[in-house]
Write a protein that binds this ligand. Structure first.
Ligand code: SF4
Ligand code: SF4
Length: 70
């Protein structure tokens, strides 16, 4: 969790990188990473989120949530 932004993935909803991986591909600041399974959140990058919504738009499972903490 970042100081200003928290990015979370619902493990119940996410279908995993092998079947999707869209968030890993689209995020310009590399907040999502991994090669298989549920993507990991790179906690040190969360505050770099530019709120571009590409991950939210790309996730067909509505599994990602982004919250501002300020
Ligand atoms: S909103 Fe943009 S910058 Fe933020 S996590 Fe999603 S893709 Fe990355
Ligand atoms: S885009 Fe959504 S469903 Fe696809 S890997 Fe990311 S969180 Fe999971």
């Amino acid at each position: 969790m970042g100081l200003f932004i928290a990015v979370e993935i619902s493990e119940d909803r996410c279908v995993g990188i092998d079947d999707c991986g869209e968030c890993v591909k689209v995020c310009p600041v590399r907040i999502f990473e991994g090669e298989h399974g549920i993507p990991s959140i790179v906690q040190g990058n969360e505050d770099e989120c530019i709120l571009c919504d590409q991950c939210l738009e790309g996730c067909a499972k509505d599994a990602i949530s982004i919250s501002k903490k300020y």
